[in-house]
Write a protein that binds this ligand. Structure first.
Ligand SMILES: C[S@@+](CC[C@H](N)C(=O)[O-])C[C@H]1O[C@@H](n2cnc3c(N)ncnc32)[C@H](O)[C@@H]1O
Length: 288
């Protein structure tokens, strides 16, 4: 009896959560600077949802709404492009391209289009977050079906290919030569820590202050640990580690979690000099 009820309850909860994500997207004032109204956001959200049904996707429309909202939240006065590292069949690219077209930014779609590179020995086996499942990554996994040409066709058909640049190759070879000079958002969905390292080394220095590096692996201990690895950040980027928001299940969206986290690029020295001293975040009850 209880077994029968649980899935229905869960379905209702999921539906309410998805509806809330949708409504938040429509009624928050995101993108007014780019001419968006609640009606235009409604139409955009509907198109984003439809697109994830047309192109096989390993990410969800709810995640795409979060990312689109981030792109549309960047003030027009801040120059820079959006970089997507890892597109599979291009479902996320399609929807990000719609936001980039509205915000007049270039979307760099970077992938081998031939799947994962050979995982390093110590990252091949991975326990999935707070569960008893494990996963074994394989070279060539998540290869784009039909290669770059098919991804381009998907973006042409459902997104806005006019703002897109396709960058083929493994990140350690392709990203050092990326044309983009200023980056306002990164969406990384590269699965394995060695690939994420290649993204960080090459993209972080070009990210503008206040921009976010979105990561699709908040559940991965190996990937999240990277954002707190002081030695690695000093050795590879000469910087203090940025930390990570949303480790575990991801940041909050709707009534649940996004399964995406992010690292925020800030200038701590500048904040020390020009910021305001306030209550520490754990003191909110006291403050109230
Ligand atoms: C999980 S899929 C991406 C899913 C996609 N974002 C979506 O929403 O459908 C992982 C992708 O990472 C790419 N990838 C991983 N590591 C890479 C690397 N070092 N260089 C190039 N591509 C890489 C694979 O080719 C694959 O397309």
């Amino acid at each position: 009896m209880t077994k029968m009820k649980r899935p229905i309850k869960e379905k209702i909860f999921r539906f309410c959560s998805a509806l809330l994500t949708f409504l938040q997207f429509v009624f928050r004032n995101t993108g007014t600077e780019y001419g968006l109204t609640p009606l235009k956001r409604f139409k955009l959200a509907r198109r984003i949802i439809a697109n994830t049904q047309k192109v096989k996707s390993l990410s969800t429309w709810r995640q795409h709404l979060v990312l689109v909202e981030e792109i549309l939240s960047v003030p027009a006065a801040v120059p820079g492009d959006v970089v997507e590292c890892s597109c599979f069949n291009g479902a996320s690219s399609v929807n990000l391209s719609l936001a980039c077209a509205l915000a007049n930014r270039t979307l760099y779609i970077c992938d081998s289009f031939e799947g994962l590179p050979d995982p390093e020995a110590d990252e091949k086996f991975e326990v999935q977050g707070n569960s008893t499942n494990y996963y074994v990554w394989e070279k060539g996994e998540f290869s784009s079906e039909g290669g770059l040409a098919a991804v381009r066709r998907n973006v042409e058909q459902y997104g806005d290919v006019s703002v897109c640049k396709f960058v083929k190759g493994y990140f350690n070879e392709s990203l050092p030569n990326l044309e983009a000079q200023h980056i306002v958002l990164v969406f990384e969905d590269a699965d394995i820590a060695s690939s994420v390292k290649d993204c960080l080394v090459n993209l972080w220095p070009k990210m503008t202050e206040g921009s976010k590096f979105y990561c699709h692996e908040p559940w991965s201990k190996k990937v999240v640990a990277l954002f707190f690895d002081a030695g690695w950040w000093q050795a590879n980027l000469g910087l203090d580690y940025p930390g990570f928001f949303g480790s575990g299940n991801g940041t909050v969206t709707g009534l649940g979690y996004s399964s995406m986290g992010y690292a925020l690029k800030i200038d701590e020295e500048k904040i020390r000099e020009t910021g305001t001293k306030g209550f520490h975040a754990g003191c909110q009850g006291f403050e109230a």
